[in-house]
Design a protein around this ligand. Sequence first.
Ligand code: ADP
Ligand code: MG
Length: 284
Amino acid sequence: MNAPIQRTGTGPGTGTGGSARPAVPTRPLLVARGLSKHFGGLQAVAELDLDVREGEILGVIGPNGAGKSTTFNMIAGALAPTRGSLVFDGKELTGLPAHAMAARGIMRTFQHNKPFASMTVRENVMVGMHRRLQGALWRVLLAGVGAVRAEREAVRQADELITFVGLGQWRDADVDTLSFGQGRLLEIARALASEPRLILLDEPAAGLTPAECERLSGIVREIAQRGIAVLLIEHDMRFLMPLADRVVVLNFGRKIAQGTPAEIRADEAVVQAYLGDLGAMTDA
Ligand code: ADP
Ligand code: MG
């Protein structure tokens, strides 16, 4: 994974999020403008402006059907926007397919997903390294070192990621034998294997045990610490609020608020949108 990035100590990007992480730099990595997606007559996402800064944890919340996953699908290249633009690291990416987004450093996990069956944990993560490995292998072969050593290095890096997500003792296990929560952690390791600059996590805490949530929380912090921006959809405020540097709130496809977790909790429009779920908000 990447080396830790330099974080500036001042400026408007200084999010606290209740964590002890240093302040986040303000340079936007992803800039979405007027992003919209219509399904027939339904405006799933409407005129969304969104900035994700380098190395920040940006939370995306909103009631069911608010357009969170659709937003992710557009950023990840799974859905072409009806309107609007996506610029990543200064380059226009609007409407590119998922593999092109991944090649540029945008990786996602899914809200509902299964790892590749009939593979070990390690093999699964190595599939995620595919893009990077091709380049590395090529370089190594050119240097005359040989593929065996490249393979060994790939295994070492896969094992490092597997240990990072807490699956070290299961690295040779068949993925079919993993629990649901372990499968989700594996998915994060696989996404990290391609060395993304932005990782999109769609409700990663859903279905996890409290202990797994705790571990996931540390993993997300560490990912950001390593300089990878995290765009995090999460339903569970108790999980999200202490973690996020900033939070964007969607409702009926529109952004109704954005700010620090403290600002969001105090926002009238957000409280309205979450009527019936106030406990989750105030418990955060
Ligand atoms: P969230 O993730 O915030 O719960 P989604 O982005 O999944 O919301 O959905 C936003 C709206 O778009 C919902 O009304 C949903 O039913 C609709 N929607 C999502 N995907 C599709 C699709 N592929 N075709 C038609 N409607 C869709
Ligand atoms: Mg969703």
